[in-house]
Design a protein around this ligand. Structure first.
Ligand code: ADP
Length: 447
Protein backbone atom coordinates (compact mmCIF):
# COMPACT_ATOMS: atom_id res chain seq x y z
CA UNK A 1 0.00 0.00 0.00
CA UNK A 2 1.05 3.60 -0.51
CA UNK A 3 2.55 5.55 2.35
CA UNK A 4 1.24 8.95 1.28
CA UNK A 5 -1.21 10.07 -1.41
CA UNK A 6 -1.43 13.59 -2.81
CA UNK A 7 -4.98 14.55 -3.73
CA UNK A 8 -4.96 16.81 -6.78
CA UNK A 9 -8.45 18.21 -6.27
CA UNK A 10 -10.65 20.25 -3.95
CA UNK A 11 -14.12 20.27 -2.40
CA UNK A 12 -16.19 17.22 -1.64
CA UNK A 13 -14.21 14.81 -3.83
CA UNK A 14 -10.92 15.75 -2.14
CA UNK A 15 -12.53 14.91 1.22
CA UNK A 16 -14.05 11.73 -0.19
CA UNK A 17 -10.59 10.55 -1.27
CA UNK A 18 -9.04 11.63 2.04
CA UNK A 19 -11.55 9.54 3.97
CA UNK A 20 -10.78 6.48 1.85
CA UNK A 21 -7.03 7.00 2.43
CA UNK A 22 -7.49 7.32 6.21
CA UNK A 23 -9.45 4.09 6.33
CA UNK A 24 -6.65 2.36 4.43
CA UNK A 25 -4.01 3.76 6.79
CA UNK A 26 -2.55 6.03 4.11
CA UNK A 27 -1.36 9.58 4.86
CA UNK A 28 -2.75 12.43 2.77
CA UNK A 29 -1.45 15.63 1.23
CA UNK A 30 -3.97 18.32 0.26
CA UNK A 31 -3.12 20.90 -2.36
CA UNK A 32 -4.97 24.17 -2.60
CA UNK A 33 -5.15 27.55 -4.24
CA UNK A 34 -4.99 30.76 -2.22
CA UNK A 35 -8.81 30.94 -2.53
CA UNK A 36 -9.07 27.64 -0.64
CA UNK A 37 -6.91 28.41 2.40
CA UNK A 38 -9.87 27.73 4.71
CA UNK A 39 -11.28 24.74 2.85
CA UNK A 40 -12.19 21.58 4.73
CA UNK A 41 -10.01 19.37 2.53
CA UNK A 42 -7.01 21.46 3.65
CA UNK A 43 -7.97 21.38 7.33
CA UNK A 44 -8.45 17.62 7.47
CA UNK A 45 -5.39 16.48 5.50
CA UNK A 46 -2.18 15.37 7.21
CA UNK A 47 -0.23 17.97 5.23
CA UNK A 48 -1.10 20.68 2.76
CA UNK A 49 0.69 22.65 0.08
CA UNK A 50 -0.48 25.89 -1.51
CA UNK A 51 0.04 25.47 -5.26
CA UNK A 52 -0.97 28.84 -6.64
CA UNK A 53 -3.51 31.62 -7.10
CA UNK A 54 -7.27 31.05 -7.46
CA UNK A 55 -7.49 30.53 -11.23
CA UNK A 56 -7.57 26.75 -11.91
CA UNK A 57 -4.97 27.08 -14.70
CA UNK A 58 -2.53 28.49 -12.12
CA UNK A 59 -3.28 26.02 -9.32
CA UNK A 60 -5.35 22.84 -9.66
CA UNK A 61 -4.25 22.45 -13.31
CA UNK A 62 -0.66 23.51 -12.66
CA UNK A 63 1.29 20.31 -13.36
CA UNK A 64 4.79 21.53 -12.32
CA UNK A 65 3.38 22.80 -9.00
CA UNK A 66 1.66 19.46 -8.35
CA UNK A 67 4.77 17.43 -9.12
CA UNK A 68 6.84 19.76 -6.91
CA UNK A 69 4.28 19.33 -4.09
CA UNK A 70 4.70 15.55 -4.41
CA UNK A 71 8.44 15.83 -4.25
CA UNK A 72 8.44 18.19 -1.25
CA UNK A 73 6.08 16.00 0.77
CA UNK A 74 7.35 12.62 -0.42
CA UNK A 75 3.93 11.48 -1.67
CA UNK A 76 4.19 8.27 -3.71
CA UNK A 77 0.88 8.56 -5.57
CA UNK A 78 -1.58 11.16 -6.89
CA UNK A 79 -5.35 10.77 -6.88
CA UNK A 80 -6.81 13.20 -9.45
CA UNK A 81 -10.50 12.91 -8.43
CA UNK A 82 -12.87 14.07 -11.18
CA UNK A 83 -12.59 17.13 -13.44
CA UNK A 84 -9.29 19.09 -13.41
CA UNK A 85 -6.46 16.72 -14.50
CA UNK A 86 -8.35 13.45 -14.03
CA UNK A 87 -8.59 12.69 -17.76
CA UNK A 88 -5.36 14.31 -18.85
CA UNK A 89 -3.13 11.62 -20.39
CA UNK A 90 -0.11 13.94 -20.46
CA UNK A 91 -0.41 14.41 -16.70
CA UNK A 92 -0.55 10.63 -16.20
CA UNK A 93 2.61 10.34 -18.33
CA UNK A 94 4.42 13.06 -16.37
CA UNK A 95 3.51 11.38 -13.07
CA UNK A 96 5.02 8.10 -14.19
CA UNK A 97 8.13 9.85 -15.53
CA UNK A 98 8.62 11.19 -11.99
CA UNK A 99 8.04 7.81 -10.36
CA UNK A 100 4.68 8.90 -8.95
CA UNK A 101 1.77 6.45 -9.30
CA UNK A 102 -1.23 8.07 -11.03
CA UNK A 103 -4.32 6.51 -9.42
CA UNK A 104 -6.29 5.67 -12.52
CA UNK A 105 -5.92 3.84 -15.81
CA UNK A 106 -2.85 3.95 -18.07
CA UNK A 107 -2.16 7.13 -20.03
CA UNK A 108 -2.77 5.05 -23.15
CA UNK A 109 -6.33 4.17 -22.04
CA UNK A 110 -7.06 7.77 -21.02
CA UNK A 111 -5.89 8.95 -24.45
CA UNK A 112 -7.88 6.28 -26.26
CA UNK A 113 -11.16 7.09 -24.50
CA UNK A 114 -10.53 10.84 -24.80
CA UNK A 115 -10.70 10.49 -28.57
CA UNK A 116 -14.33 9.62 -29.07
CA UNK A 117 -13.87 8.24 -32.57
CA UNK A 118 -11.11 5.88 -31.42
CA UNK A 119 -13.11 5.01 -28.29
CA UNK A 120 -16.16 4.06 -30.31
CA UNK A 121 -14.14 1.91 -32.70
CA UNK A 122 -12.37 0.18 -29.81
CA UNK A 123 -15.47 -0.70 -27.81
CA UNK A 124 -17.34 -1.79 -30.94
CA UNK A 125 -14.59 -4.33 -31.65
CA UNK A 126 -14.93 -5.54 -28.06
CA UNK A 127 -18.64 -6.28 -28.53
CA UNK A 128 -20.22 -3.17 -26.98
CA UNK A 129 -23.21 -1.84 -28.96
CA UNK A 130 -22.71 1.70 -30.35
CA UNK A 131 -25.00 4.34 -31.88
CA UNK A 132 -25.29 3.78 -35.65
CA UNK A 133 -23.49 6.47 -37.62
CA UNK A 134 -20.35 7.32 -39.52
CA UNK A 135 -17.51 4.87 -39.81
CA UNK A 136 -14.96 7.06 -38.03
CA UNK A 137 -14.19 10.66 -38.96
CA UNK A 138 -16.36 12.70 -41.33
CA UNK A 139 -14.11 15.13 -43.17
CA UNK A 140 -16.33 17.02 -45.59
CA UNK A 141 -19.86 18.28 -45.97
CA UNK A 142 -20.40 15.91 -48.90
CA UNK A 143 -19.36 12.96 -46.76
CA UNK A 144 -21.66 14.17 -43.97
CA UNK A 145 -24.61 14.26 -46.39
CA UNK A 146 -23.83 10.73 -47.52
CA UNK A 147 -23.66 9.38 -43.95
CA UNK A 148 -26.94 11.10 -43.04
CA UNK A 149 -28.57 9.60 -46.13
CA UNK A 150 -27.58 6.14 -44.88
CA UNK A 151 -28.42 6.50 -41.16
CA UNK A 152 -31.54 8.64 -41.74
CA UNK A 153 -32.45 12.02 -40.23
CA UNK A 154 -32.25 13.48 -37.64
CA UNK A 155 -28.48 13.10 -37.22
CA UNK A 156 -26.11 14.38 -34.57
CA UNK A 157 -22.73 15.86 -35.51
CA UNK A 158 -20.23 15.34 -32.70
CA UNK A 159 -16.66 16.35 -31.93
CA UNK A 160 -14.02 13.63 -31.49
CA UNK A 161 -12.50 15.73 -28.71
CA UNK A 162 -15.95 16.60 -27.28
CA UNK A 163 -16.92 17.10 -23.67
CA UNK A 164 -19.66 18.85 -21.75
CA UNK A 165 -21.92 18.76 -24.81
CA UNK A 166 -19.77 21.22 -26.77
CA UNK A 167 -19.16 20.77 -30.50
CA UNK A 168 -22.43 18.91 -30.88
CA UNK A 169 -25.25 19.86 -33.30
CA UNK A 170 -28.43 18.15 -34.50
CA UNK A 171 -29.48 18.30 -38.16
CA UNK A 172 -33.09 17.38 -38.85
CA UNK A 173 -32.91 17.61 -42.65
CA UNK A 174 -30.42 17.60 -45.52
CA UNK A 175 -31.03 21.36 -45.91
CA UNK A 176 -30.00 21.97 -42.30
CA UNK A 177 -26.96 19.72 -42.40
CA UNK A 178 -24.30 21.98 -43.97
CA UNK A 179 -24.86 24.74 -41.41
CA UNK A 180 -24.96 22.28 -38.47
CA UNK A 181 -21.78 20.61 -39.67
CA UNK A 182 -19.93 23.90 -40.04
CA UNK A 183 -21.02 25.31 -36.66
CA UNK A 184 -20.28 22.08 -34.74
CA UNK A 185 -16.86 22.00 -36.34
CA UNK A 186 -16.10 25.65 -35.56
CA UNK A 187 -17.28 25.18 -31.97
CA UNK A 188 -15.03 22.15 -31.56
CA UNK A 189 -12.05 23.96 -33.01
CA UNK A 190 -12.61 26.87 -30.63
CA UNK A 191 -13.23 24.74 -27.52
CA UNK A 192 -10.75 21.91 -28.01
CA UNK A 193 -8.33 23.10 -30.72
CA UNK A 194 -9.38 20.10 -32.79
CA UNK A 195 -12.04 19.80 -35.47
CA UNK A 196 -12.26 16.05 -36.13
CA UNK A 197 -15.99 15.32 -36.38
CA UNK A 198 -18.11 12.17 -36.49
CA UNK A 199 -21.81 11.51 -36.85
CA UNK A 200 -24.51 9.52 -35.11
CA UNK A 201 -28.17 8.84 -35.50
CA UNK A 202 -29.97 11.26 -33.19
CA UNK A 203 -32.03 9.29 -30.68
CA UNK A 204 -35.33 11.00 -29.83
CA UNK A 205 -36.29 9.81 -26.34
CA UNK A 206 -33.36 7.94 -24.78
CA UNK A 207 -32.44 7.49 -21.16
CA UNK A 208 -28.83 7.98 -20.02
CA UNK A 209 -27.72 4.75 -18.36
CA UNK A 210 -24.10 4.14 -17.35
CA UNK A 211 -22.31 1.05 -16.10
CA UNK A 212 -19.69 1.28 -13.31
CA UNK A 213 -16.68 -0.98 -13.74
CA UNK A 214 -13.51 -1.89 -11.85
CA UNK A 215 -10.56 -3.56 -13.56
CA UNK A 216 -7.23 -4.76 -12.19
CA UNK A 217 -5.26 -3.95 -15.36
CA UNK A 218 -4.31 -7.58 -15.75
CA UNK A 219 -7.40 -9.02 -17.35
CA UNK A 220 -9.85 -9.20 -14.45
CA UNK A 221 -12.84 -6.83 -14.32
CA UNK A 222 -16.26 -6.62 -12.70
CA UNK A 223 -19.28 -4.36 -13.06
CA UNK A 224 -21.20 -2.76 -10.20
CA UNK A 225 -24.47 -2.34 -12.05
CA UNK A 226 -25.84 0.82 -13.60
CA UNK A 227 -26.85 4.36 -12.75
CA UNK A 228 -29.66 6.25 -14.44
CA UNK A 229 -28.57 9.85 -15.03
CA UNK A 230 -31.29 10.93 -17.42
CA UNK A 231 -32.28 13.98 -15.40
CA UNK A 232 -29.96 16.53 -16.99
CA UNK A 233 -29.85 20.22 -17.72
CA UNK A 234 -27.56 21.37 -20.54
CA UNK A 235 -25.92 17.92 -20.53
CA UNK A 236 -25.13 18.30 -16.82
CA UNK A 237 -26.50 15.60 -14.52
CA UNK A 238 -28.78 16.92 -11.79
CA UNK A 239 -30.24 13.86 -10.02
CA UNK A 240 -29.08 10.27 -10.42
CA UNK A 241 -30.48 6.96 -9.25
CA UNK A 242 -29.39 3.35 -9.04
CA UNK A 243 -30.64 0.95 -10.15
CA UNK A 244 -32.36 2.39 -13.24
CA UNK A 245 -36.17 2.17 -13.05
CA UNK A 246 -36.05 1.11 -16.72
CA UNK A 247 -34.03 -2.12 -16.34
CA UNK A 248 -34.81 -5.53 -14.91
CA UNK A 249 -32.28 -7.95 -13.40
CA UNK A 250 -31.63 -9.87 -16.59
CA UNK A 251 -31.06 -6.70 -18.67
CA UNK A 252 -28.71 -5.47 -15.93
CA UNK A 253 -26.73 -8.70 -15.92
CA UNK A 254 -26.59 -8.74 -19.71
CA UNK A 255 -25.24 -5.22 -20.30
CA UNK A 256 -23.02 -5.47 -17.21
CA UNK A 257 -21.57 -8.72 -18.52
CA UNK A 258 -20.87 -7.27 -21.97
CA UNK A 259 -19.13 -4.24 -20.47
CA UNK A 260 -17.05 -6.06 -17.86
CA UNK A 261 -15.87 -8.58 -20.46
CA UNK A 262 -14.73 -5.75 -22.75
CA UNK A 263 -12.98 -3.94 -19.88
CA UNK A 264 -11.22 -7.14 -18.85
CA UNK A 265 -10.05 -7.74 -22.43
CA UNK A 266 -8.66 -4.20 -22.62
CA UNK A 267 -6.70 -4.83 -19.40
CA UNK A 268 -8.25 -1.65 -18.08
CA UNK A 269 -6.99 -0.58 -14.65
CA UNK A 270 -9.06 1.11 -11.97
CA UNK A 271 -12.57 2.56 -11.90
CA UNK A 272 -14.36 3.60 -15.06
CA UNK A 273 -17.82 4.31 -16.37
CA UNK A 274 -19.20 3.21 -19.70
CA UNK A 275 -22.04 5.52 -20.72
CA UNK A 276 -24.97 4.53 -22.89
CA UNK A 277 -28.12 5.95 -24.31
CA UNK A 278 -30.96 3.47 -23.84
CA UNK A 279 -34.03 3.49 -26.07
CA UNK A 280 -36.67 0.84 -26.85
CA UNK A 281 -34.78 -1.85 -24.97
CA UNK A 282 -31.48 -1.19 -26.75
CA UNK A 283 -28.18 0.15 -25.45
CA UNK A 284 -25.98 2.51 -27.49
CA UNK A 285 -22.47 3.39 -26.25
CA UNK A 286 -21.68 7.14 -26.19
CA UNK A 287 -18.47 7.45 -24.18
CA UNK A 288 -16.30 6.06 -21.44
CA UNK A 289 -15.11 8.13 -18.46
CA UNK A 290 -11.75 6.95 -17.18
CA UNK A 291 -12.09 8.30 -13.63
CA UNK A 292 -14.30 8.28 -10.56
CA UNK A 293 -17.58 10.06 -11.25
CA UNK A 294 -19.52 12.58 -9.17
CA UNK A 295 -22.43 10.14 -8.87
CA UNK A 296 -20.37 7.12 -7.73
CA UNK A 297 -21.87 7.09 -4.18
CA UNK A 298 -25.27 5.75 -5.30
CA UNK A 299 -23.48 2.64 -6.57
CA UNK A 300 -21.60 2.38 -3.26
CA UNK A 301 -24.91 2.54 -1.39
CA UNK A 302 -26.50 -0.35 -3.30
CA UNK A 303 -23.39 -2.56 -3.41
CA UNK A 304 -21.63 -1.72 -0.13
CA UNK A 305 -18.39 -1.34 -2.10
CA UNK A 306 -16.13 1.62 -1.43
CA UNK A 307 -15.23 2.54 -5.02
CA UNK A 308 -12.52 5.08 -4.10
CA UNK A 309 -10.84 2.63 -1.72
CA UNK A 310 -10.90 0.01 -4.49
CA UNK A 311 -9.27 2.51 -6.88
CA UNK A 312 -6.45 3.08 -4.41
CA UNK A 313 -5.99 -0.64 -3.69
CA UNK A 314 -5.84 -1.48 -7.39
CA UNK A 315 -3.32 1.31 -8.04
CA UNK A 316 -1.20 0.00 -5.15
CA UNK A 317 -1.18 -3.39 -6.85
CA UNK A 318 -3.16 -5.12 -4.10
CA UNK A 319 -4.74 -8.17 -5.77
CA UNK A 320 -8.40 -7.46 -6.56
CA UNK A 321 -10.49 -9.52 -4.18
CA UNK A 322 -13.89 -8.73 -5.68
CA UNK A 323 -15.46 -11.23 -8.03
CA UNK A 324 -18.65 -10.69 -9.99
CA UNK A 325 -20.51 -13.34 -8.00
CA UNK A 326 -19.73 -11.45 -4.76
CA UNK A 327 -21.59 -8.35 -5.93
CA UNK A 328 -25.09 -8.06 -4.45
CA UNK A 329 -27.44 -5.21 -5.23
CA UNK A 330 -29.47 -4.11 -2.22
CA UNK A 331 -32.25 -1.55 -2.38
CA UNK A 332 -32.27 1.77 -4.16
CA UNK A 333 -30.25 4.98 -3.98
CA UNK A 334 -30.74 8.55 -5.24
CA UNK A 335 -28.27 11.45 -5.34
CA UNK A 336 -29.13 15.15 -5.61
CA UNK A 337 -26.37 17.58 -6.61
CA UNK A 338 -27.01 20.54 -4.36
CA UNK A 339 -25.54 23.60 -6.02
CA UNK A 340 -25.17 27.19 -4.91
CA UNK A 341 -27.42 28.31 -7.74
CA UNK A 342 -30.76 29.94 -8.18
CA UNK A 343 -33.27 27.04 -8.24
CA UNK A 344 -35.01 28.07 -11.47
CA UNK A 345 -32.61 30.20 -13.53
CA UNK A 346 -29.47 28.37 -12.32
CA UNK A 347 -27.38 31.53 -11.92
CA UNK A 348 -24.43 30.67 -9.67
CA UNK A 349 -24.69 32.18 -6.18
CA UNK A 350 -21.25 32.05 -4.58
CA UNK A 351 -20.93 33.68 -1.17
CA UNK A 352 -20.95 32.96 2.54
CA UNK A 353 -22.93 30.07 4.01
CA UNK A 354 -24.10 31.56 7.31
CA UNK A 355 -25.55 28.34 8.57
CA UNK A 356 -25.85 24.82 7.25
CA UNK A 357 -27.74 21.97 8.83
CA UNK A 358 -27.65 18.88 6.62
CA UNK A 359 -30.10 16.04 7.18
CA UNK A 360 -28.98 12.82 8.82
CA UNK A 361 -30.39 9.61 10.17
CA UNK A 362 -30.81 6.15 8.74
CA UNK A 363 -29.83 5.76 5.08
CA UNK A 364 -28.72 9.39 4.58
CA UNK A 365 -25.25 10.52 3.45
CA UNK A 366 -24.08 14.05 2.69
CA UNK A 367 -20.74 14.33 0.87
CA UNK A 368 -19.62 17.93 1.12
CA UNK A 369 -16.70 20.16 1.97
CA UNK A 370 -18.67 23.11 3.34
CA UNK A 371 -19.47 24.24 6.89
CA UNK A 372 -21.26 27.10 8.65
CA UNK A 373 -19.30 30.28 7.95
CA UNK A 374 -17.65 28.86 4.80
CA UNK A 375 -17.26 31.24 1.89
CA UNK A 376 -17.98 29.60 -1.49
CA UNK A 377 -15.37 31.06 -3.85
CA UNK A 378 -16.53 32.18 -7.31
CA UNK A 379 -13.67 30.48 -9.20
CA UNK A 380 -14.85 26.87 -9.22
CA UNK A 381 -18.01 24.83 -9.77
CA UNK A 382 -21.00 25.65 -7.60
CA UNK A 383 -21.45 22.23 -5.95
CA UNK A 384 -22.21 22.60 -2.23
CA UNK A 385 -22.56 18.90 -1.68
CA UNK A 386 -24.27 15.69 -2.70
CA UNK A 387 -27.25 14.41 -0.79
CA UNK A 388 -27.36 10.63 -1.15
CA UNK A 389 -30.14 8.51 0.29
CA UNK A 390 -30.68 4.78 0.34
CA UNK A 391 -33.85 2.75 0.91
CA UNK A 392 -34.86 -0.89 0.76
CA UNK A 393 -36.80 -0.13 -2.42
CA UNK A 394 -37.42 2.85 -4.68
CA UNK A 395 -40.49 4.01 -2.80
CA UNK A 396 -38.74 3.96 0.57
CA UNK A 397 -35.82 5.80 -1.04
CA UNK A 398 -38.12 8.56 -2.36
CA UNK A 399 -39.86 8.89 1.03
CA UNK A 400 -36.45 9.24 2.68
CA UNK A 401 -35.34 11.78 0.08
CA UNK A 402 -38.40 13.96 0.77
CA UNK A 403 -37.89 13.83 4.52
CA UNK A 404 -34.18 14.63 4.09
CA UNK A 405 -34.84 17.59 1.82
CA UNK A 406 -37.41 18.88 4.33
CA UNK A 407 -34.79 18.80 7.10
CA UNK A 408 -32.14 20.59 5.03
CA UNK A 409 -31.26 24.14 6.08
CA UNK A 410 -28.75 26.23 4.15
CA UNK A 411 -28.79 29.90 4.97
CA UNK A 412 -26.89 32.64 3.14
CA UNK A 413 -26.81 31.46 -0.47
CA UNK A 414 -29.46 30.31 -2.92
CA UNK A 415 -29.47 26.57 -3.55
CA UNK A 416 -31.15 24.03 -5.81
CA UNK A 417 -32.89 22.33 -2.84
CA UNK A 418 -36.34 23.76 -3.79
CA UNK A 419 -36.01 22.15 -7.25
CA UNK A 420 -35.27 18.76 -5.68
CA UNK A 421 -38.28 19.12 -3.37
CA UNK A 422 -40.44 19.56 -6.48
CA UNK A 423 -38.82 16.67 -8.33
CA UNK A 424 -39.12 14.28 -5.38
CA UNK A 425 -42.91 14.69 -5.39
CA UNK A 426 -43.50 14.88 -9.14
CA UNK A 427 -45.76 12.03 -10.39
CA UNK A 428 -43.55 11.27 -13.41
CA UNK A 429 -40.43 11.09 -11.27
CA UNK A 430 -42.30 8.87 -8.81
CA UNK A 431 -43.27 6.63 -11.75
CA UNK A 432 -39.71 6.72 -13.10
CA UNK A 433 -40.90 7.57 -16.62
CA UNK A 434 -38.42 10.20 -17.72
CA UNK A 435 -35.79 10.53 -20.45
CA UNK A 436 -32.85 12.88 -21.13
CA UNK A 437 -35.20 15.70 -22.24
CA UNK A 438 -37.62 15.50 -19.32
CA UNK A 439 -35.95 18.02 -16.99
CA UNK A 440 -35.40 20.71 -19.63
CA UNK A 441 -39.05 20.44 -20.71
CA UNK A 442 -40.17 20.62 -17.10
CA UNK A 443 -38.05 23.74 -16.53
CA UNK A 444 -39.27 25.35 -19.79
CA UNK A 445 -42.87 24.86 -18.62
CA UNK A 446 -42.09 26.60 -15.36
CA UNK A 447 -40.56 29.58 -17.13
P1 ADP B 1 -20.04 14.98 -23.99
O1 ADP B 1 -18.74 14.26 -23.79
O2 ADP B 1 -19.89 16.29 -24.71
O3 ADP B 1 -20.83 15.08 -22.73
P2 ADP B 1 -21.64 12.70 -24.93
O4 ADP B 1 -21.32 11.88 -26.11
O5 ADP B 1 -21.40 12.08 -23.58
O6 ADP B 1 -20.85 14.10 -25.06
O7 ADP B 1 -23.12 13.19 -25.00
C1 ADP B 1 -23.66 14.09 -24.07
C2 ADP B 1 -25.16 14.06 -24.08
O8 ADP B 1 -25.65 14.39 -25.40
C3 ADP B 1 -25.79 12.71 -23.77
O9 ADP B 1 -25.93 12.46 -22.38
C4 ADP B 1 -27.13 12.85 -24.46
O10 ADP B 1 -27.97 13.66 -23.65
C5 ADP B 1 -26.79 13.63 -25.74
N1 ADP B 1 -26.46 12.72 -26.88
C6 ADP B 1 -25.24 12.23 -27.23
N2 ADP B 1 -25.31 11.41 -28.30
C7 ADP B 1 -26.62 11.38 -28.67
C8 ADP B 1 -27.36 10.74 -29.74
N3 ADP B 1 -26.76 9.95 -30.65
N4 ADP B 1 -28.69 10.97 -29.79
C9 ADP B 1 -29.31 11.77 -28.89
N5 ADP B 1 -28.69 12.41 -27.89
C10 ADP B 1 -27.35 12.24 -27.76
Amino acid sequence: MFDKVLIANRGEIALRIQRACRELGVKTVAVHSTADNDAMHVRLADESVCIGPPKPADSYLNIPALIAACEITGADAIHPGYGFLSENARFADICSEHGIKFIGPSAEHIRLMGDKIAAKETVKKLGIPVVPGSDGEVKTEAEALKVAEETGYPVLIKAAAGGGGRGMKVAATAEALPHAFATARAESKAAFGDDAMYMEKYLGQPRHIEVQVLGDGKGHAIHLGERDCSLQRRHQKVLEEAPSPALNNSQRAEIGGIVSKAIAEMHYEGAGTVEFLYENGEFFFIEMNTRVQVEHPITEMITGINIVAEQIRIAADVPMRLKQEDIRFTGHSIECRINAEHPTNFMPCPGRINNIHPPGGFGVRFDSGVYSGYFIPPYYDSLIGKLIVHGLNRNECLMRLRRSLDEFVIDGVETTIPLFRELATHPEIIDGVYNIHWLEKYLDNLA
